[in-house]
Design a binder for this molecule. Structure first.
Ligand code: BGC
Length: 729
């Protein structure tokens, strides 16, 4: 009897608890149990709403924001949040938490690509710094500003390995090498997400665009991509695999048609590789409209079929086009989409919301703007990133740095006093007014008495009426600093260009300035490599400043004065002519040496991947290996000593390449496998090490993802040094 009474008490207690607090609301319950409990309570309609992401209209007019935001259905899975108001975001969240049946929080997303309000250099620039810590730090700053606005999720990093710079989105990624994209993509994921997504200031990352988008034919955005299994596995997938291993919460499916099956309808890449092979347990969001665009791509007759194909391939969330909202219900009732698949998709989305802690702590602090954005340490980090990412391509007769305290400087060109273009594309909520232009930086670095300035010409067009004034001040100066480049919308999404050359008017201005005989320092600000076939000989020094962000002007001036010693190296090849594309360092060897060259232009690039000068000089010692024959199970430690032989302290990034001269599948001429950047004071040496793990660093994949490690000879290359070794059983 006593036992029965006890049982009744226990049952009553638990029922009471259940009634008071469902498991999914219990922050102490295991995450998967919370998800299952919530799923059990949801109607089909509520589930389908979780699979949709809205934005408040495609109208970016600031006056429309709040009104439209308030129309958002609070049962929606996610919203692209364009306002900068944490209070408005909390208000919307409160409606989701308090005015809906189950109180499921909304996931607020935004494109925080290279900063939110404090804008960092574009990712392509950041990759030229060869410093994962710097990328991590930039993403931490971006995550902090975004979090304090109420953004839970960024659509970044982009890890599309880009080898055709006509494609404007080359600006958004980490250059042409898969390993570099993998390392920096991992750092970005870690920077955004921190150790624990539920903690303040951490936001969910999104690896994009999965997969192969950068191979768009002719560099034309949104176009077809012809991707062999070998290229897919060897070049396109590795950065995504690394990002998934680093715990990226989400992945975005791409626009491009991958050899007949678009990225957003591709079951092989989305389900078999990503989820079954790599074990990714977050969710996939489509790219903007990439579900309904399956109709344009010719694999779906209408939006309904597009919804079915994308969903069944493995896209869990439909970004903005409402195809899921409009059609998944009927597809389920007709038996074309199993309810089990809906549950699995919702489970993945809820899992990310629980991981973010949104059920337990759905609101963001409402601090005043000055406590959220552009804090001094954020600006310092952005300036450091800008300075480290700039690449000195040429410096004849040591024109730079400008150390003569009496030298008068003519600052010329359309980029000299620009702000918005220094931010580049996807500038988040960066404001032109926050940006320090090159002129601002130069005035404070050198003092107003030493700077004369003239625009000379616009970015394009044929107005040369400013040439005379520019020539006049150049002729009267000791050095002309010529600021040329691209407007911010010339790269980025839909920023395709047929040539990497700057418009004629800018090249003509350069020729006029060169003719004055005054030494010319060319500053190039762009979102892609620039064709320098005609410009190169007109400049004594060339500094690529990219689109350096909020503090770009200060960083540029620091390099020109010598306050900062440049240490960037190219993460992407600078072709001599656009017609050389595709051209990238890790091409495969041709069938005939010294044949198949262009008849009308040189075949070599102007500046290679890895090129970048310093104000000091570095000498590489011999590569040291403990032996020359190794077994497959050994870890091999290679070392090289690098000496700073100049008079200034400097930083040197050492890049380690491996060549596998004979293999069952032909290998690229060389492949980057490791890199490290160190400070080396003048006159001192530093040792750089590379721990070669054969299975990881000497193996290769085949067209189906099978990994092979083959015995034989390998060549290790570092700078101008090479060493051979052999791998045996
Ligand atoms: C872009 C994505 C971006 C998304 C949301 C798309 O057009 O391709 O990179 O994240 O829009 O803004």
């Amino acid at each position: 009897m006593q036992r029965i009474i006890c049982l009744v008490i226990i049952i009553t207690f638990f029922c009471g608890r259940l009634a008071a607090q469902p498991v999914y609301k219990d922050s102490g319950a295991p995450l998967e149990e919370r998800v299952s409990d919530l799923l059990r309570r949801m109607t089909l309609e509520e589930k389908i709403m979780q699979l949709n992401q809205w934005t408040y209209g495609r109208n970016d007019n600031v006056n429309n924001h709040e009104k439209a935001e308030r129309q958002v259905d609070p049962t929606i899975g996610s919203v692209i949040y364009r306002s900068t108001s944490p209070a408005l975001r909390n208000e919307l969240q409160r409606r989701a938490m308090e005015e809906t049946r189950l109180g499921i929080p909304i996931l607020f997303g935004f494109d925080v690509i290279h900063g939110y309000r404090t804008i960092f250099p574009i990712p392509l620039a950041q990759s030229c710094a060869w410093d994962a810590e710097l990328v991590r730090e930039g993403c931490r700053v971006a995550a902090t500003e975004a979090y304090l606005t109420g953004i839970d999720w960024t659509f970044s990093p982009m890890v599309d390995v880009a080898r055709d710079a006509r494609w404007g989105r080359v600006a958004e990624g980490y250059g042409e090498d898969p390993y570099l994209n993998a390392v920096l993509g991992t750092a970005a994921v870690e920077g955004y997400q921190g150790d624990d997504l539920s903690q303040p200031y951490n936001i969910a990352a999104c690896l994009k665009h999965y997969v192969g988008y950068s191979l768009s034919e002719g560099g034309r955005d949104y176009h077809y991509t012809d991707i062999s299994g070998q290229t897919l596995w060897e070049t396109m997938l590795p950065p995504f695999e690394a990002g998934v291993a680093a715990g990226a919460a989400t992945v975005m499916s791409s626009f491009n048609d991958i050899s007949g099956i678009p990225g957003s309808a591709n079951r092989y890449t989305l389900t078999e590789i990503l989820k079954e092979h790599w074990g990714f347990d977050g969710f996939v969001v489509s790219d903007w409209g990439s579900v309904e665009q399956l109709v344009n791509q010719g694999v779906a007759a209408d939006r309904r079929e597009a919804a079915m194909k994308a969903f069944m391939a493995g896209v869990e969330m439909d970004m903005v086009d409402n195809a899921y909202k409009d059609h998944l219900g009927e597809l389920v009732s007709e038996g074309l989409v199993p309810v089990g698949n809906i549950d699995e998709a919702v489970r993945r989305i809820l899992r990310v919301k629980f991981r973010l802690g949104l059920f337990d702590d759905p609101y963001t602090p409402e601090l005043p703007e000055e406590d959220r954005y552009l804090l001094p340490e954020f600006r310092r980090a952005a300036e450091r990133a800008a300075a480290e990412s700039m690449v000195l391509l040429k410096n004849e007769r040591s024109v730079l740095p400008l150390t003569d305290p009496a030298a008068r400087i003519a600052l010329i060109g359309p980029m000299a006093d620009e702000r918005v273009h220094l931010m580049g594309s996807w500038e988040g909520k960066g404001l032109a007014d926050d940006v320090r232009s090159i002129l601002d930086g130069m005035l404070s670095e050198f003092g107003p008495d030493r700077i004369m300035t003239a625009r000379g010409c616009g970015f394009d067009g044929d107005d040369t009426s400013g040439f005379d004034e520019a020539v006049r001040i150049a002729a009267g100066a000791d050095v002309a600093v010529l600021c040329l480049g691209e407007m911010e919308h010339w790269s980025g999404e839909n920023g395709t260009r047929s040539t990497l050359a700057l418009p004629d008017v800018q090249e003509r201005l350069a020729a006029e300035i060169h003719r004055t005989g005054t030494p010319v320092v060319l500053l190039l600000s762009s979102g892609r490599p620039v064709e320098l076939a005609r410009l190169e000989s007109l400049a004594d020094a060339i500094l690529v400043v990219w689109q350096p962000g909020t503090c770009g002007g200060v960083a540029v001036a620091g390099i020109l004065s010598g306050r900062t010693n440049p240490s960037g190296k190219l993460s992407i090849t600078f072709p001599l002519h656009t017609g050389q594309i595709p051209i990238y360092y890790n091409m495969r060897n041709p069938a005939r040496h010294n044949q198949g060259l262009y008849q009308d232009i040189p075949s070599a690039p102007l500046y290679e991947f890895g090129h970048g000068l310093s104000y000091t000089t570095f000498e590489y010692g011999e590569i040291f290996l403990p032996e020359t024959v190794f077994s497959r199970n050994e870890t091999i430690t290679a070392e090289i000593e690098v000496r700073n032989t100049g008079a200034r302290d400097g930083k040197e990034a050492v890049l380690w390449f491996v060549t596998d001269p004979v293999a069952s599948i032909s290998r690229p001429a060389k492949e980057l496998k490791h890199f490290e950047k160190q400070d080396i004071p003048a006159g001192e040496s530093r040792t750089y090490r590379f721990e070669i793990v054969p299975e990881r660093d000497l193996s290769f994949v085949d067209a189906r993802g099978g990994r092979h490690l083959e015995n034989g000879e390998f060549i290790l290359t570092v700078g101008n040094r090479k060493i051979k070794f052999e791998l045996t059983d």
